[in-house]
Design a protein around this ligand. Structure first.
Ligand code: BTN
Length: 323
């Protein structure tokens, strides 16, 4: 039995109880198979009431992001004020790039319920199932030189971690350099910056943010499950995605204004305070090979200052941080 047939039946008879016996007869499956499917639908966010002798009744469906719900929560002046909300897209990065090339203004946002080819850093893919996460891209047109764009990667990580802490204060969010957000050493969010430049001049930046809000264990591969976790799995609470999106945009806009007014110094302090990378012996896989050392802090550009075993110092600008 496919769950859609059970769901179809319950939706068709919404508001009414359908007995387990009738469902199993109409769908040609056992009562146990019906029960298993009910549990599966519940895990996906459907609410199904089960009453002895009456049967099953659909009482709630998974939440969908809607503009009606999101717009009243926005507290920003420009971030997210131009907003495209899509059902399915290959990647919100691609969608926003098209808008950026047509002159879209700073703060333009693309959100999707599902991505079929979500992109991660280092050429990896990004798991983006429907209706459970926050998959969105924000357009920035900062008046900064191209070599300083990594600073915005770090700023984005601070914005996301502050927003998540605001919504779920019990979770302790740490930032792994440059911009992975972790809870108990497992990744809950990733940030991908893609920039466009002409003649060494920065044209725009697309900040891709992926927050694994309400994903369940079965949404991850076994390999990913050892390294990643959702906010729901970590906190035991279903996340209000529209409230979290509004909080991210608010934090991001505030920090971005601060950055444009005062430069990188305040962002650097905020990032360092939330870092889980500093002060511990770490392996860094750089394009030039593995470096082992103790990260000490950020430099003025946003690079990671490392103390090497011989006591000398080095700054790393691109690497994957290992154990
Ligand atoms: C990472 O590897 O940690 C970065 C992941 C970034 C994922 C987000 S989801 C929204 C946006 N669209 C994409 O295709 N990727 C980013």
């Amino acid at each position: 039995m496919s769950k859609t047939s059970l769901l179809g039946l319950l939706e068709e008879r919404e508001g009414e109880y359908v007995s387990g016996e009738e469902i199993s007869r109409l769908l040609g499956v056992s009562r146990t198979a019906v029960w298993k499917q009910v549990r599966k639908l519940e895990a996906e966010g459907y609410r199904i009431e089960a009453v002895p002798r009456l049967g099953y009744r659909l009482t709630g469906k998974p939440s969908r992001l809607t503009l009606q719900e999101l717009l009243p929560k926005l507290r920003t002046s420009s971030f997210g004020r131009r907003l495209t909300l899509l059902d399915v897209v290959d990647s919100t990065q691609n969608e926003l790039r098209l808008l950026a090339e047509r002159g879209a203004e700073e703060g333009t946002l693309v959100i999707a319920e599902q991505q079929t080819s979500g992109r991660g850093r280092m050429g990896r893919s990004w798991v983006s199932p429907a209706g459970k996460g926050i998959w969105m891209s924000l357009l920035l047109r900062p008046p900064v030189p191209l070599p300083l764009t990594p600073q915005l990667t770090l700023l984005a990580a601070v914005a996301l971690s502050r927003a998540i802490s605001q919504q779920l204060p019990a979770l302790e969010i740490g930032i792994k350099w440059p911009n992975d957000l972790l809870v108990d050493g497992k990744k809950i969010s990733g940030i991908l910056l893609e920039s466009a430049a002409e003649d060494e001049r920065l044209n725009y930046i697309i900040v891709g943010m992926g927050i694994s809000a309400n994903l369940e264990a079965e949404d991850y591969s076994e390999e990913l499950l050892s390294k990643a976790i959702s906010l729901k799995m970590a906190s035991g609470q279903t996340v209000d995605r529209s409230a979290l999106i509004a909080a991210v945009l608010e934090q991001f806009e505030q920090l971005y204004k601060l950055y444009l007014e005062q430069g990188f110094a305040p962002i650097r302090t905020l990032w360092e305070a939330r870092s889980v990378t500093l002060g511990k012996r770490t392996e860094l896989y750089t394009p030039q090979g593995t470096v082992v050392g103790v990260p000490l802090g950020l430099d003025d550009m946003g690079g990671l200052r490392i103390e090497l075993p011989d006591g000398s110092a080095r700054t790393i600008y691109s690497a994957e941080v290992g154990a």
